[in-house]
Design a protein around this ligand. Structure first.
Ligand code: LLP
Length: 441
């Protein structure tokens, strides 16, 4: 079994994460608990940055924090010199709580409200990624009324859609995000934005998909956006200083996934952009990227405790754990695949086929169909790997299950960064039924 990051197995056959025994973590914090190997996050952040440095390219690596948003992870991102991509007032508020350097915050979203935009202006964030004509108008209105300049990127859809190993190019991309690059929308957005006082256009942005394993789709997108930038220079004499190519770099959930080194994506993008800028005499733009999953995904492991077992003779055995779709909706929502191990019995043969079910009242609440594990007994610890991205951030309280605790582990130290929800937390927003107003009174 291929482990992740700093994970090892100690003499007792226990899974170690960040130099800490997972069995101890389960005792201290209870289960389910999501444990992050923060050294791996730091390594990934440094890897992306080093790739651009090696190529001599000015770059910003922004953590796409929708993958996992919390005060502590934002503080870690700041420590590592990352920028931050937020997509809502709530994520921006979390960034403010973490005192994240405002000039490195980028604000995304396809339907930002006046309240959210004003919040971004109040905090003087680095830039807003403008997504549509309504938003452009709102930004202009706010900027003028405050006489406060806001930097923006124009989000465009280049007609490239990439998922895992394949990408397709379509004439007209069917997407709710951004200005279409090919049908004139992006040009119109540029014309409007260029005329807006207090609005400074930095450049273009695109995001072509998620969990992508090859570089061609990215280099193709870089090429399309550079062509548009060149056209605007030739027609309007305008030069973009930033080219943001989004996120989407794939990770290994199961042995079938064979991701590239994060560096490779960065290097190949930088190569295409610097090649074209040389060829066209276009001043080299800063390259920005926005990895989410590839920074935090495989750094996270969820520890669960096994509970009931149900055998369906001749078909399968279900082992239920103390969490499920409430803390990881991805298998139910996307048919996402995960691997797991018995955290206390890593040396035992993993040769029994079982299906790991959650405890929610929903037949589809299965975390792993046909996992290969030792014979788990009630009380045994189960580690589900690669749960660092889009799990806690998409968690809910279905069946009023409290959301799990989140812990950081590094070099033998561990720290709670999100405490487990309590039953009191679950009813905190509830208000009691009021006495009905009687008819006729
Ligand atoms: N930038 C933009 C504008 C994005 O929309 C996203 C992800 C990212 C960056 C980061 O992509 P990443 O590097 O994490 O692939 N809930 C889904 C994934 C949704 C991705 C949404 N946008 C999942 O669990 O697979």
């Amino acid at each position: 079994m291929e482990l992740y990051g700093t994970q090892t197995v100690n003499g007792q056959g226990h899974l170690m994460i960040g130099g800490v025994d997972s069995v101890d973590l389960a005792h201290i914090y209870g289960t389910p608990v999501v444990v992050y190997d923060t050294a791996l996050i730091r390594e990934r952040a440094a890897g992306f940055q080093a790739a651009f440095r090696k190529m001599g390219v000015q770059a910003q690596v922004a953590y796409a924090s929708k993958a996992f948003s919390s005060v502590a992870i934002y503080q870690l991102a700041a420590e590592e010199g990352l920028s931050l991509d937020v997509v809502s007032g709530g994520e921006l508020f979390t960034a403010v709580q973490a005192d994240f350097p405002r000039e490195r915050i980028h604000f995304h979203g396809n339907n930002k409200s006046y309240m959210e935009l004003n919040f971004a202006f109040d905090e003087k964030i680095g830039c807003i990624v403008a997504d549509n004509f309504l938003e452009l108008g709102m930004i202009s209105e706010i900027a003028q009324s405050r006489k406060q300049t806001m930097k923006i990127l124009l989000r465009v859809t280049p007609g490239i859609e990439a998922h895992t190993h394949e990408f397709i190019t379509t004439g007209q991309e069917d997407s709710k995000f951004g200005f279409d690059l090919k049908n004139g929308q992006a040009d119109e957005a540029f014309r409007r934005a260029a005329d807006m006082p207090y609005v400074e256009v930095l450049g273009l942005h695109c995001h072509i998909g998620s969990q992508i394993f090859e570089t061609e789709a990215f280099t193709h997108a870089a090429h399309s956006l550079m062509e548009k930038m060149k056209a605007w220079r030739d027609e309007h004499g305008f030069v973009c200083s930033v080219l943001n190519l989004g996120g989407g770099f794939g990770i290994r959930y199961t042995d079938e996934d064979r991701p590239l080194e994060p560096m490779q994506y960065a290097e190949e993008m930088a190569e295409v952009v610097s090649g074209l800028s040389e060829e066209w005499g276009y001043p080299m733009p800063e390259i920005w990227i926005e990895p989410g999953r590839s920074l935090v995904g495989d750094a996270g492991t969820t520890l669960y405790t096994a509970g009931s077992e149900k055998q369906v003779p001749g078909i399968r055995t279900y082992i239920a754990v103390d969490g499920g779709m409430s803390d990881n909706i991805r298998p139910a929502l996307y048919d996402a695949k995960y691997t797991a191990a018995a955290a206390q019995q890593m040396h035992s043969p993993h040769d029994t086929r079982v299906t790991i079910a959650g405890k929610c009242c929903e037949s589809g609440d299965k975390l792993i169909t046909d996992a290969t594990l030792p014979r788990l007994q009630e009380g045994d610890l189960l580690a589900v790997f690669c749960t660092g991205a889009y799990t806690y951030s998409m968690a809910g309280n279905y069946n009023r299950l409290p959301r799990p605790a989140v812990v950081f582990a590094e070099e033998g130290h561990h720290q709670l960064v999100i405490r487990r929800e309590t039953y009191e937390d679950l009813t905190r927003l509830d208000l009691p039924l009021q006495q009905k107003v009687r008819k006729g009174q």
